[in-house]
Design a protein around this ligand. Structure first.
Ligand SMILES: [Zn+2]
Ligand SMILES: [Zn+2]
Length: 91
């Protein structure tokens, strides 16, 4: 078993493929993504591995990354939660 360089998934690699390339990708799309300049980062909210381009990484002020707007708003909501009233959503 080898580990995909892009998504960290374990997969079987054929001997013939091992000889073709020293880099390990589970799929064509991972190979394409893996060859891009960028990084796999963890979504700060749900811990999903996501690909961010160098541009995205450099433009992030908080250095927190999110897989989706939903996850980023969850985080923003937590950060800005002012009160701990359990029933604050009612009304
Ligand atoms: Zn992969
Ligand atoms: Zn997420």
């Amino acid at each position: 078993m080898v580990t995909c360089e892009f998504c960290n998934k374990e997969f079987k690699k054929k001997d013939s493929q091992i000889n073709l390339s020293s880099r390990n990708f589970c799929s064509k799309s991972c190979c394409q993504q893996g060859n891009k300049k960028g990084k796999i980062v963890e979504c700060f909210t749900c811990k999903t591995n996501i690909y961010k381009s160098l541009k995205d990484i450099n433009s992030s002020k908080s250095k927190n990354y999110f897989c989706s707007r939903i996850c980023s708003s969850v985080w923003i909501g937590k950060e800005h939660r002012g009160s701990n009233h359990p029933n604050w959503t009612t009304g």
